[in-house]
Design a protein around this ligand. Structure first.
Ligand code: BES
Ligand code: ZN
Ligand code: ZN
Length: 490
């Protein structure tokens, strides 16, 4: 869907040409683009501020329907994310009227020192691709259709170097779109078995090896925590393993993703207002699956294993109860304080399994784990928990590059007391509400042994109620771009 072009403006046939403009300097070298961008100078109603847009229909002498000028503000304050959002907003604007082809002019000059043309190209391509992803709606008449093609207009002579960049962006954004599609599916169309099947199909197409453990195998493996969470549902739990194993790879990276296909809360049933969106409680698993699949498509040289516990947390006569004590895969026993704190239970078994079975150099888990993390950081920033300083820095660096924001949170030793149980090795909740995201992370830390580990609580950013610059309302695919960037650097 992403293409490169370096054609002369007068020969570009498309529904729309998007020209980014700053309020102080012209971003183009090529003469015709310079001239078109300069036409806006002196127009009072358009000041080229961030987010501002202006349509010019039937531009003279060009075979285009319209030009969309998109404001970026001051050139020296320009950022990668500013370009991503500007591209995204412009694509969303065009998509509203009719599908076709859009051409985006990539800035060539007067960029800040840390923003070279290849980064500008990456940012605009990402914003455009992601903004063009549409919800797979269950309606007879599909109103919002994606554009057929997005072309990035660059100066001639650069197309060769830029082609590789664009291919990478396309792979990664396709991964994000895949995760979004899975998150957006209603829970009645993604039972643990359904979801395992869908992920397996995509993984095999990409050359990723898959292993599925069904409920009887989970019993044989003594995954008591995962089985307890699944006990209230008619849909049995599953554990899906994805293995991208290139020849001669040495270290293994293990990625673990929370895959609760619907979180009703169990017998600690969620109330109205909290239960409605809980089909998104598998966003961690979706992001991890998409990241492993993308690693294979990109041909990454490192072994990456995805461990996905898939389960539905429901209410029934067979459901696990508050007060139950379950034996986890690690052998540690857990007293259930609340059946709605189920994510940490399934992750306990998945983390312990990943550590024991694959002896990875590092484990990273992604999970829509706690409402408390959303209270702490809002719904656009994830909580990052790790004791491993180098890993923390790498994750924060990828986070900054991709603008999938993470904020480092503490794992204080003295809070461990909060998990004490009179009867079992630990309880799955603390005695009160405070520090809920930290308590959950401390719980997880007990199941990774000595393996360097990071936990990312994505309960906030996994999903957006309102459309954003380059995401429709719904699943955001948060984590896929972050993990892809990280896997390249590890
Ligand atoms: N899936 C929820 C967390 C969540 C909340 C995700 C909001 C997305 C948006 C998780 O399983 C949960 O219910 N956590 C409880 C834990 C509590 C019982 C200790 C919570 O956050 O309230
Ligand atoms: Zn829950
Ligand atoms: Zn949950």
């Amino acid at each position: 869907m992403l293409q490169l072009t370096s054609q002369d403006l007068s020969r570009i046939k498309a529904e729309a040409l998007i020209i980014p403009v700053c309020d102080d300097r012209n971003l183009f070298r090529s003469k015709s683009l310079r001239l078109w961008a300069a036409k806006l100078e002196g127009i009072d109603s358009f000041s080229a501020g961030p987010g501002e847009q202006l349509d010019l229909y039937q531009p003279e002498g060009l075979p285009l329907e319209r030009i969309v000028f998109t404001g970026l503000g001051a050139s020296r304050k320009l950022t990668v994310e500013g370009l991503r959002q500007a591209a995204g907003k412009s694509i969303r604007r065009i998509r509203q009227s009719r599908p076709g082809t859009a051409v985006l002019a990539v800035p060539e000059t007067n960029l800040p020192d840390d923003l070279d043309p290849s980064l500008a190209l990456t940012a605009m391509a990402e914003g455009a691709y992601l903004a063009n992803h549409t919800l797979a709606v269950y309606k007879a008449e599909k109103k919002k259709r994606p554009l057929k093609a997005i072309r990035l207009l660059v100066a001639s002579g650069q197309t060769r170097t830029f082609r590789g960049i664009l291919a990478r962006v396309e792979h990664i954004c396709r991964g994000t779109a895949l995760a979004r599609d899975w998150v957006n599916l209603p829970a009645n169309d993604k039972s643990p078995r359904d979801l395992a099947g869908m992920i397996t199909r995509k993984a095999r197409q990409a050359g990723v090896a898959t292993t599925l453990m069904d409920a009887s195998q989970l019993k044989r493996q003594k995954m008591g925590a995962l089985l307890a969470v699944g006990s209230g549902s008619r849909q049995p739990p599953q554990m899906l393993i994805l293995d991208h194993k290139p020849a001669r790879s040495r270290e293994t990276l293990a990625l673990v993703g929370k895959g609760v296909t619907f979180d009703a809360g169990g017998l600690n049933l969620k109330p109205t207002g909290s239960i409605e969106m809980m089909k998104i409680d598998m966003a961690g698993a979706a992001a991890v699956a998409a990241a492993v699949i993308t690693a294979a498509r990109l041909g990454l040289k490192k072994r990456v294993v995805g461990v996905l516990p898939l389960v539905e947390n429901m209410v029934s006569g067979a459901a696990f109860r508050p007060g139950d004590i379950v034996r986890s895969y690690s052998g540690q026993t857990i007293e259930i304080g609340n059946t709605d704190a189920e994510g940490r239970l399934i992750l306990a078994d998945a983390l312990a399994y990943a550590a024991k079975r694959y002896k990875p150099a590092r484990i990273i888990d992604l999970a829509t784990l706690t409402g408390a993390c959303v209270v702490a950081l809002g719904d656009r920033i994830a909580g990052l928990f790790t004791e491993d300083a180098p890993l923390r820095e790498l994750i924060l660096a990828s986070s900054a590059k991709t603008h999938e924001r993470c904020w480092a949170m503490p794992l204080p030793e003295d809070y461990e007391d909060l998990l004490k149980s009179d009867l079992a090795d630990m309880r799955n909740i603390g005695p009160g509400r405070w520090g809920g995201a930290i308590v959950a992370a401390l719980f997880l830390s007990r199941f990774v042994g000595d393996t360097p580990w990071a936990h990312i609580d994505i309960a906030g950013p996994a999903y957006t109620k309102k459309a954003q610059a380059y995401s429709e309302a719904g699943g955001t695919g948060f984590g896929v771009r972050l993990l892809c960037d990280l896997m390249e650097d590890l």
